[in-house]
Design a protein around this ligand. Sequence first.
Ligand SMILES: [Mg+2]
Length: 233
Amino acid sequence: MRLKVYKHLFFDLDHTLWDFDRNAEETILELLEKYDLAEFGVTNGEAFIRHYQEKNEKLWTLYRAGKVKKEYLRVQRFRSTFKAYGIEDQELIHEFAEDYIRICPTKSHLIPNAIEILDYLHERYRLHLITNGFEEVQYKKLKHSNIRHYFREIITSEKAHCKKPDQRIFDYALRQTSAGKREGLMIGDNFEVDILGAQNAGIDQVYYHPEHNGQQNSATYTISGLDELKGIL
Ligand SMILES: [Mg+2]
């Protein structure tokens, strides 16, 4: 027996629907080629990407905590990656960082089964997004991956003036959608940000965790593939 009747589904975007890693990797590999960085010693694109991801994650943690600004994050993640290769040409780094921001959101790879599950859920629930990404960037992603039409409200942290896991962004989302707490369900890949955030706001959660090995956690539901949502909803 299902105890709650969900009406509003709040999706996270990056890594939950939009395949961030694949899109970012494709963009970076193209840019390494464009700027002929093999000439400067960047001969292994995958290794460069691993360096970059490490720096990017650390900076995102700082950004979420309000310790750095987005303009800083956008350039610094490449500046510190290039530094590991002894590349400190600031003009090149800025151009590379700008190209990345411009091109990456135009990539359209989605997480497996995203379209099928959105088609299925769209007919049964009201779908919305709660995303910490930058407003203009997130809209570009939705447009190019052709999933904008599935969502009624798009709640970005820029619009809400606070970021997940801050409870205020979830309260804001409930207000914007006229949803009751018990009618809402948050679906996201980041445990601290999406799951604990929604939990604090009194909203049930689906933890999308592709590497899930059956280990217990405090999320209402845990899935390792988006198709499993059909078993819940
Ligand atoms: Mg995410």
